[in-house]
Design a protein around this ligand. Structure first.
Ligand code: URP
Ligand code: ZN
Ligand code: ZN
Ligand code: ZN
Length: 455
């Protein structure tokens, strides 16, 4: 054995019990009581919770977007992940129209080999089928472990939008390949119309970012996506669900037995559209925007009912000077906020405060995302799985500030939010990568997670 974590309370998505975990060659070798061996490194987790590392299935690292590039590189984004208890990060490489996806995946892999501090996987964003060539390439990509794809109903001027025809071809193809399709669902024409009208009327503050894409705009996209997924009986994962009406449509389809998965993000659980009235409202501009209280209540209720499958971050930070581009015009604000370091601490704090159970937090942030996306060695504290482990101190009081985060951004929407409990240590395949507030891992440690398709 290489390491024993002793005397902790082990929390999985279904159980909570006292026990020790032994690690060998990066894997969980044994779980039991009073495990010991001469000369082995021991971590005493007395009074702590021992959890599986989180799997953040929604990040945008070094992504060209909104006239710039998102602020976290693969290095700083995965370093921040490690410090927030995230041991696997999924990124969204975006296909440039006309280009190959296999080439794109190889490019990203090469960067991550040098930079990644925790393990990584890719959902490839498809923007153009290249007359069907991409549908062919997808088969090869699935064999290489890329078992999920993404498309956007929005971002036309960024060259990322797909039409319904492309969307349905992708749904059919992922079904054939045992893969899953992610969708960013909002209605692009309604957004364009609303933005145009507001700007004409001189309504330029971030509040109009929200009003140009309010509840009904997102709900239309969700309902359309659900409609096609049901019609084709194909697996669909709706990213960053933020509204009640669309959520209800997805939940109804799930209850009917369709393979529809729903993700929400911590920012929708914490903030409402009221933030856009704040002086720093532009920092909260992301798409879909935060919604009203009714939607937020519905999201928490759906978590309680088991209707939301995952919580992931949509980590896509921009620097203050970039957010400032939209001081006099909300449509010029790069869309996206930070979150990868806040996800697990936030959800675990909600558990610590009694809002959900710790098992639920583990299920949403680790077990379900690993399962849905075919990470067979992740998402659970079980013998044989990767030793991706978080040691959590439920007594630590922590206030989030840009100064105690480990990203490259210069501000965070989470500034000043107080959490009850905080990760003390993160272990990635048996190696300590974060301890007592400090990153202690190294770039290049992270490995590509080769995923398994559903058969
Ligand atoms: O505003 C956001 N969410 N930016 C990142 C891209 C996306 O839509 O997920
Ligand atoms: Zn997205
Ligand atoms: Zn999106
Ligand atoms: Zn996103």
């Amino acid at each position: 054995m290489d390491l024993i974590i002793k005397n902790g309370t082990i929390v999985t998505s279904t159980e909570t019990y006292k026990g020790d975990i032994a690690v060998k060659d990066g894997k969980i070798e044994a779980i039991g009581n009073c495990l010991q061996e001469e000369g082995v490194n021991v971590i005493d987790a007395k009074g702590k919770l021992v959890l599986p590392g989180a799997v953040d299935v929604h990040t945008h690292l070094a992504m060209p977007f909104g006239g710039t590039v998102s602020a976290d590189s693969y290095l700083s984004g995965t370093r921040a992940a490690a410090c927030g208890g995230v041991t696997t990060v999924f990124d969204y490489p975006v296909q440039r129209k006309g280009n190959s996806i296999l080439g794109l995946i190889n490019e990203k892999k090469a960067v991550c080999e040098e930079e990644a501090c925790v393990d990584y996987a890719f959902h490839c964003c498809i923007t153009d089928l290249n007359e069907g060539a991409i549908l062919e390439e997808m088969e090869k990509a699935v064999e290489e472990g890329i078992t999920s794809y993404k498309c956007f109903f929005v971002y036309k001027k960024e060259g990322m939008m797909v039409d319904d025809g492309t969307f349905t071809k992708l749904l059919k193809r992922v079904k054939e390949l045992g893969a899953v399709l992610n969708v960013h669902a909002e209605n692009p024409d309604l957004i364009d119309l609303n933005v145009e009208n507001f700007l004409k009327e001189g309504k330029t503050s971030p509040w109009y970012h929200y009003l140009s894409r309010p509840e009904y705009v997102e709900a239309e996209g969700d309902k359309r996506a659900v409609h096609w997924a049901k019609h084709l009986d194909a697996p669909l994962y709706i990213v960053h669900m933020a509204n009640k009406e669309g959520l209800e449509a997805a939940v109804e389809a799930k209850r009917e037995g369709y393979n529809i998965y729903v993700e929400t993000c911590p920012q929708y659980l914490e903030f409402t559209s009221e933030v856009y009235k704040r002086e720093d409202g532009r920092n909260f501009v992301c798409s879909p925007p935060m919604k009203g209280q009714e939607s937020q209540n519905a999201l928490w209720k759906a978590i309680e009912n088991g209707d939301i499958d995952t919580v992931a971050t949509d980590h896509c930070p921009f620097q203050s000077y970039e957010k400032d581009w939209g001081k006099d015009d909300f449509s010029k604000i790069p869309n996206g906020c930070a979150g990868v370091e806040n996800l697990y601490p936030y959800m675990l704090s909600a558990a610590n405060e009694g809002k959900i159970s710790f098992n639920k937090a583990v299920e949403l942030c680790s077990t379900n995302p690993a399962k849905i996306f075919g990470c067979v060695s992740k998402g659970s504290l079980t013998v044989g799985k990767d030793a991706d482990i978080v040691i959590y101190d439920p007594t630590k009081e922590f206030t989030i500030s840009v100064d105690n985060m480990h990203s490259e951004y210069d501000h965070t929407i989470w500034e000043g939010i107080s959490l009850k409990g905080y990760p003390q240590m993160t272990i990635s395949r048996g190696e300590v990568v974060y301890k007592d507030g400090e990153f202690v891992g190294k770039p290049g440690w992270g490995q590509f997670v080769k995923r398994v398709a559903n058969q």
